[in-house]
Design a protein around this ligand. Structure first.
Ligand SMILES: O=C(CO)[C@H](O)[C@H](O)COP(=O)(O)O
Length: 262
């Protein structure tokens, strides 16, 4: 087993490796953003090299675009493909209904557009992302720069009216400057602790002028693949209510791990 791969990376890799089994020849695939999604892009690159798999990937960020280019996954834009067969992406939190918080990596807007434009969304994660109620992870909200302080006040007012537990709302920073998304916007992180009504909150937030999109993904994820550090992989399918447990032998993947961790 490669010494330089952390237990957390092993779990992410296993989820990613299992999820790319869903990808078939000719598919148009949404490529998520983040450390777990990066494993998925590398696994797709591996299948393209080893099996000659033919796909078109639609990246959800510049980072993912760069990685796809690097590992040989052909890319196109959503403008070109219009619709996708499948999107595979990570998440910051998931609940038992497979509702999600996303956007920790700042790509929630493209991620939501791409996932919504897909016949199926598969989320890959490790067990640390599982929560009973969404909200422990700060909820990212993408806002336009113009009048962002006013948008922030309106969000805070909305949170008071909705009687949400935590109400702190902070501008995401990149060292000492505001973080700028790929679409040139700011992100406000809402420290809510517990979101009792995620569906309602998502709708209300998106009605506030200046809000572009929020990181709540409600009824979008179809399949959740959870990687465990001991080699187990759990596949939960929300549409047919199945839960499957499998095991991927990590030792057999040693060479692949070595390749991918470069
Ligand atoms: O939503 C995202 C990026 O905007 C990511 O999917 C989310 O932050 C999870 O990232 P990681 O796999 O690195 O934990």
């Amino acid at each position: 087993m490669p010494a330089d791969l952390s237990p957390s990376d092993k779990a992410k890799f296993l989820a990613a490796k299992r999820a790319v089994d869903y990808v078939k020849d000719g598919m148009r695939v949404g490529l998520g953003t983040g450390s777990t999604a990066a494993w998925m892009v590398r696994c797709l690159g591996e299948r393209i090299r080893e099996e000659g798999l033919k796909i078109t990937g639609v990246p959800t960020s510049r980072r993912t675009y760069d990685l796809a280019q690097q590992v040989g996954v052909p890319v196109a834009t959503l403008e070109e493909t219009r619709w996708l067969d499948l999107t595979i992406d990570g998440a910051d939190e998931y609940d038992s209904q497979l509702n999600l918080i996303k956007g920790g990596g700042g790509a929630l807007l493209q991620e939501k557009i791409v996932a919504t434009a897909s016949d199926q969304m598969i989320v890959i994660a490790d067990i640390t992302k599982q929560v009973e109620t969404l909200g422990a992870f700060p909820l990212p909200v993408e806002v336009i720069k113009f009048g962002w302080q006013t948008t922030k006040l309106l969000i805070e007012e909305t949170l008071i009216n909705m009687d949400v537990m935590g109400r702190e709302c902070s501008l995401r920073m990149n060292v000492d400057e505001p973080y700028i998304t790929d679409e040139g916007n700011y992100i406000l992180d809402l420290h809510l602790r517990r979101i009792a009504k995620p569906s309602q909150l998502s709708l209300v937030l998106n009605q506030i002028p200046g809000v572009v999109e929020n990181g709540l993904f409600i009824d979008i994820c179809d399949v959740l693949v959870i990687g465990h550090q001991d080699g187990r992989v759990e596949v939960r399918d929300i549409n047919n209510g199945t839960v499957e447990n499998e095991r991927i032998d990590i030792l057999e993947e040693d060479n692949l791990f070595q390749d991918l961790s470069d």
